[in-house]
Structures are given as structure tokens and as C-alpha cells.
Design a protein. Sequence first.
Length: 318
Amino acid sequence: MSIDNSIVKKISKLSKLKISSDSEDKMAEELNNILNWVESLQEVNTEEIEPLLSVLNEKMPLRDDEVVMDDNQGDILNNAPEKKSGFFVVPKVVEWDMNQFEKLTIKSTIQHLRHKDFSCKELTEFFIKKISNNRKLNCFITETPEHALKMASNSDKKIKNNETRAMEGVPIAMKDLFCTKNVKTTAASKILENFIPFYESTVSKKLWDSGSVMLGKSNLDEFAMGSANTTSFFGNVINPIKGKNNSDLVPGGSSGGSAAAVAAGLCLGATGSDTGGSIRQPASFCGIVGMKPTYGRCSRFGMVAFASSLDQAGTLTK
């Protein structure tokens, strides 16, 4: 057997060593010298040579192992970063496949977060990136990535401290009809283009208090007056479901931005409002689930009015 430069390159690749082209010839020569020396040793007659080692006919004494408790065990556990029932808690080694985020529902997300399969921050970063890559759908009037990451970090702390709330770490879209403190609320209108509320709507406050993460304010028909999401001052929303010949379709309205965002996988759920079908109709157009609760079940405080005796907050989900 002889070693040439091609074998040297393979050895270099396997051992993750960089070998210059000038050194390949020299290394091939040295390796061939080693092989020749080994072959010459095999020709030596060793039949009359006594072995250098001999086996001792002695039986090694064995003893039973004794388990001795360390006096410092309590101190060690007390200094552990995380412990449970007298054992160390360590993070899982298996990494979560980010592609599986596409298949998550609100229920499965809550379970995975509680099992610490991934963090709220990782999940939120996934949706922030996906929203950025799908702006052509025009689902959001205002994106709030920094706000979302701050809320996600807080949720991670809550989970770590076993203080998990009902919707802990779940990223959602908030219809831009609900007032959000210090975050622009436009109702998709020109007149409220730069309106920043100093108070929080009851619906949004309850969601934030339950641990939800706000990805942004979703588009809608102006002042919720419409059924195709074509009257927004900030432009039409595009349904992620395509028509014949790949034509664009309307997502329904007035909660079209919320419905399209959920259908496109830009969030796990979204809020909507329903006066005469503005949750149920866009949900049917986008192939998702929309629920209009009984009138009065959810407070209208902080929700920009269309028809106060009919307006009702609700949800859109997968």
C-alpha cells in the first residue's frame, strides 16, 4: 500500500487540519516511510523471543462498594441554580426544530413553553421575522417587535419561577381598534393616524395580564366599517389564500388583518370585533376559527366604537 496526495487530503479533512499544498508531498513521503517500517517489522522472526510480559496467577481481592452520603449534599443543592425534589434540574440537550413552530396552536404552545421545549423569546423572534417577510399581505398597521421581545422575556422569567399565567408567552395580534397604552391606535383611519392612548382597553389589559405577547396592531376596515378590508387608510389586506390563476383575494372584514395574520401563520391568535359579522365572516374567508361572544361578555372599554349597542370583542385562532 502506498499513500498519495489524495489520501493526505482525506486525512486532513477527517482530522480537520489545514495542510498546505507544499506540505502534501512531504507528509505523503513520511507516511509511506512509516508503512514501510511496519512492513519490515512483520518480516522479523520472533518465535524464539520470550514475551516481555507475563500473566500473574493471582486473584485480586474485591470488596463491596459502600454508598456514603456526602455531608455537604445539602449545601450543594442549596447552591444549585435550579432544583426539584432533591435533584438538579438541567436544560434539555435536544434542540427544538424551528420549522415546527408553523404547526403550533395556542394550546400546544402553552404546553411546550411549560415543558421548556423552547423559550418565549425564541418563539416571538420567529413570528417577528415571519411578519417582516410577509409585509406584502399588509396584515399589520403597527409592528411592535421591541415591545414583544420585552413581554416575551418577562414571560420566560415567569415560567422559570413557576408563576405561569393562562396565556403565558403566546404571541398574538391586537386589532387596531383596541386602545393600547403608549402604542399607536389608529382604527385604520387618517384622523387617528398618530393617536397614542394613555390608557389600556379592558380586553387588551386582560390579555397582557394573562401573559400574552403583542406582536403588533392588525389592519382593519376604517373604524370597522366594512366587510372586505378595502377601506383602511393604510391599504388593503391580502388574503394569504390565493384565487384562480394565483389572484389576490380579500380576507373579509372588518377584522381582515387579524384573520389574514392568523391564516398566514404570523401569529397564534388575534383579537377582533364583531358588529354584524366582522369576526365570523373574515374567519370563514381565511379558513380559520372566529368566535363572537354574547354581547356584553367582554367589556367595550377602550374599544373604538362603531355601533355601541352591537359591538363585541372576540377572538380569531387556528
